[in-house]
Structure formats: structure tokens, C-alpha cells
Design a protein around this ligand. Structure first.
Ligand code: AFP
Length: 343
């Protein structure tokens, strides 16, 4: 952790020991017309993250492993922890008065605020437990969230509030349940990481102002799909593996299969993560609203880039809640190479 002051913190402040709440409060203090609602919404999301983290840590003991028997809107088996995480996030924010509508990767339609509760000005889109096929084998998983301001002005939010392009996000983040639990977020100015101290039950600032290296040495892609790749993808990956010492190749390959884990590594170490479209799945696998768009906001705020290969992820105007998009994300120069070679 650095103790460097930022433009929004108090002059000369030592940020050692700053909680997530303090960090956001300091930022809001210098934001004109800030109402504090954003700070409270973040506290609710962080609370959900702490509850999910505690359950993930005890999954084998708490009878939380395995599937529920249901299949979600994506056609995937719903894990018990998926369902628990989904419920936890909804319960943590639905009564707070800050959110007017939610959408979850696990739920077909937008999730309204229960009758009788205030309808807030934000929209919360989330993937409650990303990488859930890794739950039963104790590999890192995570929660991804995206926050928009509602565009409807009455008390009746609609799906249009959810279908906004990524550049309009007011904040995005993820919570990774790994060797430690970390919350990483951006609200546009910088990307900041907080580590959960389980003995205190608080997230503390541990990674201030994360910058993604402009070039890395790792590529991350599911090579098991190679038979379905287009020639551009195959040639690009071959090129990444071809020795060229002067230009830092061959790259190493790392692939966890949880976007949060693969993206977190890419953010800290640089390189490129890709889930391309292929002959079988034209738009790949990842969902625009719950995965690609929030990670793209974080990548760009850290100095990186995110694209479908043809279009900046943050410029895509969604047409469906569960829309999928090809994704290349990571270090600026590595993503630029991908664009050049795959298109
Ligand atoms: P699950 O939640 O079904 O495990 O999917 C995870 C995910 O959406 C994303 O987190 C991974 O990057 C990607 O799918 C992995 O997909 P493959 O298993 O096809 O490589």
C-alpha cells in the first residue's frame, strides 16, 4: 500500500488503515452535490460481499456445495452458492432506497424493488457469483457489479434503465473471493482495491490507484475452444507463443475460468484476457452487462483497454439484458495487437 495522497483526500492524509467507507466518503466530500447515497449503496454492496465471502469460506462445511437442480436463464446449472449470493445481494440493497431496479445474471427479468419501499435513483446490475463452476473445487470466484443512474424519472423504472451503454456507468467493481477477499472498484477516477480483514470485518485500502502495465507477458484464453476459432484468433495466439526475445515473446498462458480471477491477475500484472466469438458462438460467452462492461470500465480507468475486436466495449448500446459479447481486455498495447490481428 502506498500512502500517497490523492486530490480528493484531506491534505497530507495518511491513508493507512482507511476503510472502504472512509475512502468513498472522502471522494464524495469533494464531489459537488453529492448526497451520500452512493456511499450508502456501496456499504450495502460491501456488506453483501462480506456475507458471501464468509459463506464461500465455509462452503464445504455449510452444505453449500453442489447444484440446486435448477437451470438459469443462461442454460447453466444453478449452484447453491449462486442462489445464496443472488439472494444476499438483493436483500442487502432492495430496502435501502438507493436502487430503483436491479438485474442479475441469474434472473431472467429485471428485479423490481418490493412494493412499499422507496424507489432509488440507481440501477444495480450484477453477476452474483461469477465462475461458479469453480466453486466445488476451491478455486477463486467473484461477484461483479455495475451501477448506472436511472434514466426514467418517475417511480416506475423500466428495462430501459438497465440497457444503457457502459460509458454511462457511474461505478463498477468486483469482489474476488480468493486467497484473501478483495473489493476493487472505480467510479471513473482511478481504480482502488480493498482487502477484507476478516478479524475486523472491514475492507481496508490495500491497492491504491491501480495502473495496468501498458504491456504484459501473459495471455489468457480457453485454448480448448481452438477447433472453433476463426483464423484471426488462431494466428494471434500462435504469434503470442512464437519466441521473439526482443519483443518479450513467447507469452505465458494462464487461465482460471473465473473471469474475476483472470481479470484481477490481468489488471495487476498486465497482459490480455480474451473470450472471443468463434464458429460455434458468434458472440463468445461473456455477458455484456454483468461481466464485460463493468470490467471494461475498470480496465480503462486503470489505463487499459477492452474491445470486442471491432468495437470498444463501453460504446455498445445493449439491446438485451443477457446479451453476450466477444471480449479482449487488458494492457493497452496487448489489446491493440489483438485488434490488429483478429479483425
Ligand atoms: P461459470 O460461472 O459458469 O463458471 O462461467 C464463468 C464464466 O462466465 C467466466 O467467469 C469465465 O471467464 C468463463 O465463463 C469461462 O468459460 P469457459 O469454461 O468456457 O472457459
Amino acid at each position: 500500500m502506498t500512502s500517497t495522497n490523492t486530490s480528493w483526500g484531506p491534505a497530507g492524509a495518511d491513508q493507512h488503515g482507511w476503510t472502504l467507507e472512509r475512502h468513498i466518503v472522502e471522494r464524495m466530500r469533494t464531489t459537488p452535490h453529492a448526497t451520500g447515497e452512493f456511499t450508502q449503496l456501496f456499504q450495502q454492496i460491501a456488506l453483501a460481499g462480506k456475507i458471501i465471502a464468509s459463506r464461500v469460506n465455509q462452503a464445504g462445511l455449510a452444505g453449500m456445495l453442489g447444484v440446486t437442480g435448477a437451470v438459469n436463464v443462461q442454460g447453466e446449472q444453478v449452484q447453491r452458492l449462486d442462489e445464496f449470493a443472488n439472494r444476499t445481494i438483493i436483500r442487502s440493497v432492495e430496502a435501502g432506497g438507493h436502487v430503483g431496479l436491479m438485474a442479475s445474471e441469474e434472473v431472467d427479468d429485471p428485479i423490481p424493488i418490493p412494493p412499499g419501499y422507496p424507489v432509488g435513483k440507481y440501477v444495480l446490475l450484477f453477476d452474483p457469483l461469477d465462475g461458479s463452476s469453480n466453486i466445488d473445487v476451491n478455486v477463486s470466484i467473484g461477484t461483479i457489479f455495475s451501477i448506472h443512474r436511472r434514466i426514467t424519472t418517475d417511480n416506475k423504472p423500466t428495462i430501459a434503465d438497465c440497457l444503457q451503454p457502459g460509458y454511462k456507468q457511474v461505478a463498477a467493481g468486483y469482489i474476488i473471493y480468493g486467497s484473501s477477499t478483495m473489493l476493487v472498484y472505480t467510479s471513473g477516477e482511478g481504480v482502488h482495491g480493498f482487502t477484507l480483514d476478516p478479524s475486523v470485518g472491514e475492507f481496508f485500502l490495500s491497492h491504491e490507484n491501480i495502473r495496468i502495465p501498458s504491456r504484459g507477458s501473459i495471455y489468457s484464453i480457453n485454448e480448448g475452444n481452438e477447433a472453433n476459432w476463426h483464423d484471426g484468433t488462431r494466428n494471434w495466439v500462435k504469434w503470442l507463443k512464437t519466441p521473439d526475445k526482443a519483443n518479450g515473446r513467447p507469452y505465458s498462458q494462464r487461465y482460471v475460468g473465473s473471469l474475476v480471477a483472470d481479470f484481477h491477475r490481468t489488471l495487476l500484472k498486465g497482459g490480455v484476457f480474451a473470450y472471443p466469438g468463434d464458429k460455434k458462438n458468434k458472440n463468445g460467452k461473456l455477458r455484456l452487462l454483468y461481466e464485460a462492461s463493468p470490467c471494461a470500465m475498470i480496465a480503462e480507468a486503470a489505463g487499459g483497454a477492452a474491445t470486442t475486436g471491432h468495437e470498444r466495449i463501453l460504446d455498445i448500446v445493449p439491446t438485451e439484458l443477457h446479451q453476450r459479447v466477444p471480449l479482449y481486455i487488458g494492457s493497452h498495447d496487448d489489446v491493440a495487437d489483438a485488434i490488429e490481428m483478429v479483425t
